[in-house]
Design a protein around this ligand. Structure first.
Ligand code: ANZ
Ligand code: ZN
Length: 814
C-alpha cells in the first residue's frame, strides 16, 4: 500500500527531475510535426496573481496534451519588462527601475515554476534586456527606412499624472481616462514618432485563415472602422474648394448647409468680418472640449455652432447653402468638413432644428411620397426623390451613380475612410527602449548605425516626472555626433511604447540569444506562425492589432512568410472573487495562489481553476469547490495505489473497457477545444467508476491495469506532478510526459446493449434491446414502440409503467 500523497514533497521533487532530465527542452530540429503554443507574457509587477494562473496553467494543459498527441511542442515564457510601474516605483521608493524589475522577475519566475508548466526557461526572453530591445531599435530603423515610421508634430493625448503621451487605445471610456492611472486625459502638442499601421488597414480587416474568436475580430473590425463613400467638393461663393467626406453621396441633393470643424483651416479665411468675434469665441471654446464630449450623440445634448457669414454652392442642386462651424464635426476624421443632410442624418437634423435651417427629404420608403413631412431624421436606405437626374433610383444605385457623376465632372471621387489612426510610439519616459534616432542640424534625422546597436539606456537618471523624458535631463546621454557628417548632433530622448516589445516577441523565443538577427531564419521558417495563442481579451485592439501589423511589416521585409502571426487564438475569462466581484485589495476578495499552492499543491490549484467553469467564461472563485478537487485527486490517487479491502464480487471487465475508451475520447476532445471543466467532470466520473470496479474481481486484471494507466495518462496534462508519481507507481521508468496519448477504439464507444423482457400486466410479451446506460424514459419509449408490444397497448389506457433496472419492464394497462 502506497503512502499518502504529499504535494509539498512530491511536486518539487518532480520539477527538479524534469529540469535535470531536460524533458521540456526546446528541440527545434526534431522530425515530429511542430506545435508552437504561446500564452501572453506577464508583466513583472512583483507577484503572480490567480489571474496569471488562470491564463497560463490551462494553456499548459493544452500544450502538454498536444505533446502527448505526438507534436514537437514549444511553449515558452518571458517577461514584458519595460513600462511605467517600474518607473513609478522608482519615483516613489527611490529604487532603480532595473533592480526593481529584475528582482521581481526572479521572484515571479519561481512562482511560475511552481505551476509545473512545460516551459523551457533557457528560451526565456526579458524585454528589458539589451539583447532583446536592441532588435526593437533595429526594427524601428527598418520601419524608418521603409516609410513605416515617421515623425509628426501633433496634438496628442497626454496623461498629466503619468506625464506621458498615450496611444488612442490607452485612453479609455467616455470620460477619456488614462488606462493605467485613471486620470483625465488632456492634450499636448508634441513632435512624436508614429508607426504607419494605417497602411495595412485593409489587410488588417481580412481575417481569413484565422481561427480567432468572433468578438475579437469584430472589435478589430470596428476599431479599424472602414467607411466607404465619396469626397465631394463644394465651392464657397468666393470660389474656395471645400471638400467633405460622406458615406451617403446619394443624399447630395438634400445637403442644405455645410459644417466645418472649428479647427478647419478654411474657417479663418471664409469667416466674414461681422461674424468674426462670435466665430473666434466659439473656436476657442471648442478646442478646450475633449473629442468625446464633442462626438457625443446624446440627444439631450443641445447642438451648438455658429454661422461663419459665408455660403457655398451645392454642386448638384446649385443651391446656395450656409457654412457653419460646430463642434460635432471633428477635424481628425474624413476631411474635417461635412455636407449636412438634416433629412437623413440625426446629428444634422438636431442641428437644423436648433438653428432653423432647411430640412429636405431626398429618400422615401414604400409608403411615403416626396412630400411626406419629416418628423425626424430618416437614415434608412430607400428610393431617391427630389434629386434631379437620380430620382427613382434605390439609395444603393444612387450612391454609385452620384460617385460616377462626381468623378466625370471632377467634383469629387470615391473615397474610403478609416477610424484607425497611426500608432503613436514615442513616450517621454525612461524605462523603455531608447528610440535610435539622431537629429543633425545639417543632415536632419539620421538613424543610429545598426552596428552601434543596442543604444543602451543610461544608468543614472533622475526619474522625476517632469513631462520631459528623463533621458533629456541626463547630463550627457543625448549629446552625440552625426553618423553621417560627424558634426555635433542630438539623440531622440523618448523611449518606445512598450507595446512595441510585445509585438514580435513570439518570434524571439525561438532564438533568444541570436546576436545577428531578431530571430534565426531557419528556425523561424519552421516554427512560425504561432499555432495556439492564449491570453486575455482586453488585448483585442492594442496588442493583438499591433502584433498583426508588425508581422505584416516583417513579412514585407522578407523575414517571415505567413500572413498572420497567430493562427488560433483563445481568450480565457476572468476569475472573480468569491463574492462574484472583481478581485481587489480593497474588497478583500483576492485569492493568493502561493497560499493555495502551499496548502493544496499546484496540481489541485490547476485542476480547480479548470473545473470552475468554461475557461472562456471564467467565474467566481469558490473555496468549497477547491475541496472537491482535493477529494477528486485524492480518490484518483487511491484508486490507482491502494489495495482494496475486498474485490471478490462479480465485475464486468468489458464494461470497464468501454468506460475507459469513452473517457479517453472525451478528455482528448474536451482539451482540444479548451473545455477543461467538462474533461475534469468526466474524469471525476471515471474515478467513481473505477472505485466501484475495484471492489470486484476486475481488480488486478489486465483491463484494470489498462484503466489505471489510462487514468494516469489523461491526468498528466492537468495534474502533471501527481500523474508522474502514479506513473512511477505503475512501474514505469520514463516520464509520463514523454508518453503518447492513449488511443481509443470507436467500436467500444458504442454503448453496450442489454436485453430486457417487457411484460404487459405481469406477463412477458416481448423483448427489447437497449443501451446499458439508457434512462427510464428511453427504455419505456423503446418498449412501447416494440413491434410486439405496440399492438397490444393500442387503444388501451396505460395505468402504470415500471422499469426494474437491468431486469425488466412492466406496463399495466386497462
Ligand atoms: C452626408 C450624410 C447623409 C451623412 C446621411 C450621413 C448620413 P462614418 O460612417 O462614421 O464614416 N462625417 C464625415 N466627416 C465627419 C467629421 N469629421 N465629423 C463628424 N461627422 C463627419 O460617418 C460618415 C458620415 O459622418 C459622413 O456621411 C458625414 O455625414 C459625417 F444621411 O454625409 B454623412
Ligand atoms: Zn549630419
Amino acid at each position: 500500500m502506497a503512502t499518502r500523497y504529499d504535494s509539498s514533497v512530491t511536486e518539487p521533487k518532480w520539477r527538479e527531475r524534469w529540469e535535470r532530465d531536460g524533458i521540456y527542452r526546446f528541440e527545434p530540429d526534431s522530425d515530429k510535426p511542430k506545435h508552437y503554443a504561446v500564452t501572453m507574457l506577464p508583466y513583472p509587477s512583483g507577484n503572480l496573481h490567480i489571474g496569471h494562473w488562470y491564463a497560463m496553467s490551462p494553456s499548459d494543459v493544452h500544450a502538454r496534451y498536444m505533446r502527448m498527441q505526438g507534436y514537437n511542442v514549444f511553449f515558452p515564457m518571458g517577461f514584458d519588462a519595460f513600462g511605467l510601474p517600474a518607473e513609478n516605483a522608482a519615483i516613489k521608493n527611490n529604487l532603480d527601475p532595473r533592480k526593481w524589475t529584475y528582482s521581481n522577475i526572479e521572484y515571479m519566475r519561481g512562482q511560475l515554476q511552481s505551476m509545473g508548466m512545460m516551459v523551457d526557461w533557457q528560451q526565456q526572453i526579458i524585454s528589458a534586456d539589451p539583447e532583446y530591445y536592441r532588435w526593437n531599435q533595429w526594427f524601428f530603423i527598418q520601419f524608418f527606412k521603409r516609410g513605416l515610421a515617421y515623425k509628426k508634430f501633433s496634438a496628442v493625448d497626454w496623461c498629466p499624472k503619468c506625464n506621458t503621451t498615450l496611444a488612442r487605445e490607452q485612453v479609455v471610456g467616455d470620460e477619456r481616462r488614462c488606462e493605467r492611472c485613471d486620470s483625465l486625459v488632456t492634450k499636448r502638442d508634441l513632435d512624436q514618432w508614429y508607426f504607419k499601421i494605417t497602411s495595412y488597414a485593409d489587410e488588417l480587416l481580412d481575417f481569413s485563415g484565422l481561427d480567432w474568436p468572433e468578438r475579437i475580430t469584430s472589435m478589430q473590425r470596428n476599431w479599424i472602422g472602414r467607411s466607404e463613400g465619396a469626397e465631394i467638393t463644394f465651392k464657397s461663393e468666393a470660389g474656395d474648394p471645400i471638400t467633405v467626406f460622406s458615406t451617403r453621396p446619394d443624399t447630395l441633393w438634400g445637403a442644405s448647409f455645410m459644417v466645418l470643424a472649428p479647427e478647419h483651416p478654411l474657417v479663418a479665411k471664409l469667416t466674414s468680418a461681422e461674424q468674426k468675434a462670435s466665430v473666434d469665441a466659439y473656436v476657442a471654446e471648442a478646442i478646450r472640449k475633449t473629442e468625446v464630449e464633442r462626438q457625443s450623440t446624446d440627444d439631450e445634448k443641445p447642438k451648438t455652432g455658429v454661422w461663419i457669414g459665408a455660403y457655398a454652392i451645392n454642386p448638384a442642386s446649385q443651391e446656395r447653402v450656409p457654412i457653419w462651424i460646430a463642434d460635432y464635426v471633428l477635424m481628425t476624421y474624413g476631411t474635417g468638413a461635412i455636407m449636412a443632410v438634416p433629412g437623413h442624418d440625426e446629428r444634422d437634423f438636431a442641428f437644423a432644428t436648433t438653428f432653423g435651417l432647411p430640412i429636405k427629404r431626398v429618400v422615401v420608403q414604400a409608403e411615403q411620397t416626396a412630400a411626406t413631412p419629416l418628423e425626424a431624421a430618416e437614415p434608412a436606405y430607400g428610393t431617391v426623390v427630389n434629386s434631379g437626374q437620380i430620382d427613382g433610383l434605390s439609395s444603393t444605385d444612387a450612391k454609385e451613380a452620384v460617385i460616377k457623376w462626381l468623378e466625370a465632372e471632377q467634383l469629387g471621387k470615391r473615397a474610403i475612410n478609416y477610424r484607425l489612426r497611426d500608432w503613436l510610439v514615442s513616450r517621454q519616459r525612461y524605462w523603455g527602449t531608447p528610440i535610435p534616432m539622431i537629429y543633425c542640424p545639417t543632415c536632419g534625422t539620421v538613424p543610429v548605425p545598426e552596428d552601434q546597436l543596442p543604444l543602451l539606456l543610461p544608468d543614472e537618471v533622475d526619474f522625476k516626472p517632469t513631462g520631459e523624458s528623463p533621458l533629456k535631463l541626463h547630463p550627457t546621454w543625448r549629446f552625440t555626433t552625426c553618423p553621417n557628417c560627424g558634426g555635433e548632433a542630438e539623440r531622440d530622448t523618448d523611449t518606445m511604447d512598450t507595446f512595441v516589445d510585445s509585438s514580435w516577441y513570439q518570434t524571439r523565443y525561438l532564438s533568444p540569444h541570436d546576436a545577428n538577427a531578431p530571430f534565426t531564419k531557419a528556425i523561424a521558417d519552421k516554427w512560425l506562425p504561432v499555432d495556439q495563442y492564449t491570453g486575455g481579451r482586453e488585448h483585442a485592439v492594442m496588442h493583438l492589432l499591433y502584433t498583426r501589423f508588425w508581422w505584416k511589416a516583417m513579412r514585407d521585409m522578407g523575414l517571415v512568410s505567413a500572413n498572420e502571426p497567430m493562427t488560433r487564438l483563445i481568450n480565457q475569462g476572468v476569475i472573480l472573487g468569491e463574492d462574484s466581484n472583481k478581485m481587489s485589495k480593497s474588497r478583500g476578495n483576492v485569492i493568493d495562489p502561493d497560499m493555495l499552492v502551499a496548502q493544496y499543491g499546484a496540481d489541485t490549484v490547476r485542476t480547480f481553476l479548470m473545473f470552475i467553469g468554461p475557461w472562456e467564461q471564467g467565474g467566481p472563485w469558490n473555496n468549497r469547490g477547491i475541496e472537491g478537487c482535493v477529494r477528486f485527486l485524492d480518490r484518483a490517487w487511491r484508486v490507482v495505489t491502494d489495495t482494496p479491502q475486498r474485490h471478490d464480487a462479480a465485475g464486468n471487465a468489458s464494461t470497464l473497457e468501454r468506460q475507459t475508451h469513452r473517457i479517453i475520447k472525451k478528455v482528448g476532445d474536451d482539451i482540444q477545444r479548451f473545455a477543461f471543466n467538462t474533461a475534469i467532470a468526466g474524469l471525476m466520473e471515471f474515478v467513481n467508476e473505477l472505485m466501484k470496479a475495484r471492489e470486484t474481481d476486475v481488480y488486478g486484471s489486465e483491463q484494470w491495469r489498462k484503466a489505471s494507466e489510462a487514468l494516469t495518462l489523461l491526468l498528466a496534462p492537468i495534474a502533471p506532478h501527481i500523474a508522474e508519481e502514479l506513473w512511477e507507481f505503475l512501474g514505469h521508468s520514463e516520464s509520463v510526459h514523454l508518453q503518447v496519448w492513449p488511443s481509443y477504439d470507436e467500436a467500444l464507444l458504442i454503448d453496450e446493449s442489454i436485453e430486457l423482457p417487457v411484460q404487459i400486466n405481469g406477463k412477458v410479451r416481448g423483448k427489447i434491446q437497449v443501451a446499458a446506460s439508457a434512462d427510464e424514459a428511453t427504455i419505456i419509449a423503446a418498449a412501447l414502440a416494440d413491434e410486439k408490444i405496440a399492438p397490444l397497448v393500442e387503444g388501451k389506457t396505460i395505468v402504470k409503467q415500471i422499469v426494474v433496472p437491468n431486469r425488466l419492464v412492466n406496463i399495466v394497462i386497462k
